[in-house]
Design a protein around this ligand. Structure first.
Ligand SMILES: [Fe+2]
Ligand SMILES: [Fe+2]
Length: 481
C-alpha cells in the first residue's frame, strides 16, 4: 500500500485519495459539502439528527479492522472518500481491450458512457435515504433504529464515492452532475430519481426490510459489475462500497427472518396451524405469512425491473468497452469477449415460456438478473426453515420472472406468480392474492408503533440472535435527545 492509500482521517473530508495534494479537487468537494449537509438535514432521517447513534464508520480499507464503532450524531458522521487498495498489475477484464492495463484516467471514447453509469449508480444512493426518511418514528426497537441509520449514513457515503469520481474525472459536467444528484428527489413529480423502484415509497418497516433484502441486492450486483471495470478508480470505489453493502442486505435478510419468526412463534403459542387464518393471526400483533409473501412478490418484481431490458445494446457496449463486467467476471472461465457466445434468455414463444439462445453480448442484463435471482434464493430458503421448524405448512417463494413486470420482455403480460398467462379479467380477479392489498397495508400500518426502550421489541418482530458488535440485549443503540 502506498502512502496515498492511507486514510487521512483528520481532513475535513476523510479520504485515502490524496486530497491534501490535490487542491483543485479538494476545493470542488469542499464547495459541494455544504449542499450535501443541507440535503442530509432536509431529506435525511426525520426527527433524529440530534440523537447519539452507535454507528460504524469506515476508517481504513484493510480487510480487517476497517470500521470503528462509536456514538455519533448523524450530521457529524465522517463521510469519507475511500477506495479499496489498488491491485498491482491489474488488467482490463473484458471486452475488446481485455488484457490491457487498466485505465487510471477516463478513456475519451468512453467518457459519456462512463459518466452515465456513475450518475445512475450515484442517483440511487441518496434516493434510498429519501425513501426511508420517516421510518425512524416507528422503529420496532433501538437496535433496528440504529441499523436503519447505519444504512442511511452509508448510502450517504456512497453518494460521496460517486461524487468524488464525477468531480475528479469529469470536469465541469461532472460538477454539474454532482449538483443534480442533490436536486432530484425520490417520488418528485418534476425532478424524480432516475430509476422506478427508487421513486416508490418505503412506508413501513416490512417494506424497509424487503427493500434492503432485494433492492440493495440489486445495488450489490451493479456494484459487482462496476467493480470489474477497466476504469480502475471506479473499480476500487465499488469494491470498497461492497464491504458496506453486505450489512445492508444482512439487515434485510435478518429483518424478514425475525418477522417470520415472531409470526410463527405467536401462531404456535396460540395453537394456530392454518397460516391463512388471518382473523385469528392478525390480532396476535404479527404479520401473517401470506402478507409476507405478497410483499416479497411486490419487491422482487419491482427490483427485477432495475436490471433493464433483457437484451440491451447499451449493456453490450459497456462490456465491450471494458467499462462494466459480468458478476465475478475475473473468475469466469471463458474468453471474456463473448463475440461468438450465446446466453439463454427466457422469452414467451408461441404462448409458452422458453429459454432462447441469444448473442451473449446483448444478453448481459438478463445474465446479471439471473445471477441476482440465484443470490436471492439463499435467504428465502433460510426463512422457510424457520417456518418449517415451527411445523407450519407454508413456503415463501420468489415469483416467476414475468410476474408483475413493467420493463422488458414481459412488461405487457399478465402472469401469476407461478408463471401462468392470464387475461386482464383473470389478473384483476386474483391480484389481491398476489400483491399487497389495502387491508394488508392497513394491518402493517397498525403495527408500526415505536419501541424505544433498550432491549424492547415490537410484537411483530423477534429480537436479533446477536447484537451489533456482540453488544448485550439491553444495549442502548440510540440515545434519544
Ligand atoms: Fe449504496
Ligand atoms: Fe445499500
Amino acid at each position: 500500500m502506498t502512502s496515498s492509500e492511507k486514510v487521512d482521517y483528520d481532513a475535513l473530508i476523510p479520504n485515502n485519495v490524496g486530497l491534501a495534494d490535490d487542491p483543485k479537487l479538494r476545493r470542488a468537494l469542499e464547495a459541494w459539502h455544504p449542499g450535501y449537509i443541507d440535503w442530509w438535514m432536509s431529506m435525511g432521517p426525520e426527527g433524529f439528527q440530534a440523537a447519539d447513534v452507535f454507528l460504524r464508520t469506515a476508517v481504513s480499507v484493510e480487510n480487517e479492522g476497517w470500521a470503528q464503532f462509536d456514538y455519533v450524531k448523524m450530521p457529524d458522521y465522517r463521510w469519507g472518500i475511500l477506495l479499496a487498495p489498488a491491485v498491482e498489475g491489474r488488467t482490463i477484464p473484458c471486452g475488446e481491450h481485455a488484457g490491457e492495463p487498466v485505465w487510471q484516467e477516463v478513456p475519451g471514447e468512453y467518457r459519456a458512457l462512463l459518466r452515465r453509469l456513475i450518475v445512475i449508480q450515484g442517483d440511487t444512493e441518496p434516493a434510498s435515504v429519501e425513501q426511508q426518511r420517516f421510518l425512524g418514528a416507528t422503529a420496532p426497537s433501538l437496535y433496528d433504529l440504529r441499523n436503519l441509520f447505519q444504512v442511511n449514513v452509508e448510502e450517504g457515503r456512497h453518494l460521496w464515492a460517486m461524487v468524488y469520481l464525477l468531480q475528479k474525472y469529469f470536469g465541469r459536467d461532472g460538477r454539474e452532475e454532482a449538483g443534480a444528484l442533490l436536486e432530484r428527489q425520490s417520488g418528485s413529480d418534476d425532478r424524480p430519481r432516475m430509476l422506478g423502484a427508487f421513486n416508490e415509497e418505503t412506508p413501513d418497516w416490512l417494506s424497509f426490510f424487503m427493500f434492503t433484502y432485494f433492492t440493495d441486492r440489486d445495488g450489490k450486483m451493479q456494484l459487482e459489475a462496476l467493480a470489474q471495470s477497466g476504469f480502475d478508480p471506479l473499480s476500487r470505489t465499488c469494491r470498497f462500497m461492497l464491504a458496506e453493502e453486505a450489512h445492508h442486505m444482512f439487515v434485510g435478510y435478518t429483518g424478514i427472518r425475525r418477522v417470520v419468526q415472531a409470526t410463527v412463534e405467536a401462531m404456535e403459542a396460540a395453537g394456530i396451524e392454518d397460516p391463512y387464518d388471518l382473523e385469528a393471526i392478525r390480532p396476535l400483533g404479527v404479520i401473517d405469512l401470506p402478507t409476507v409473501q405478497r410483499k416479497t412478490n411486490q419487491h422482487f418484481s419491482l427490483t427485477l425491473d432495475l436490471f433493464g431490458s433483457e437484451e440491451s445494446t447499451n449493456a453490450a457496449n459497456a462490456f465491450n468497452a471494458g467499462i462494466k463486467g459480468r458478476y465475478h467476471e475475473s473468475q469466469l472461465d471463458d474468453d471474456h469477449r463473448l463475440i461468438n457466445d450465446t446466453y439463454p434468455v427466457m422469452k414467451l414463444v408461441d404462448g409458452r415460456f422458453r429459454s432462447v439462445d441469444v448473442p451473449a453480448l446483448i444478453a448481459l442484463n438478463a445474465r446479471l438478473r439471473d445471477d441476482f435471482i440465484d443470490d436471492c434464493q439463499g435467504g428465502v430458503a433460510r426463512w422457510n426453515r424457520v417456518i418449517a421448524g415451527a411445523g407450519i405448512d407454508f413456503e415463501i417463494r420468489l415469483p416467476h420472472v414475468a410476474f408483475n413486470r413493467e420493463i422488458g420482455e414481459f412488461s405487457d403480460l399478465n402472469t401469476s406468480p407461478t408463471g401462468e398467462l392470464l387475461t386482464d379479467d383473470e389478473w384483476e380477479a386474483a391480484v389481491d392474492e398476489w400483491l399487497p392489498t389495502v387491508a394488508d397495508r392497513a394491518h402493517i400500518e397498525s403495527l408500526m408503533n415505536s419501541k424505544f426502550e433498550a432491549g424492547e421489541y415490537a410484537s411483530w418482530i423477534a429480537p436479533p440472535s446477536k447484537g451489533i458488535q456482540n453488544k448485550p440485549e439491553d444495549f442502548l443503540y440510540v440515545k434519544l435527545p
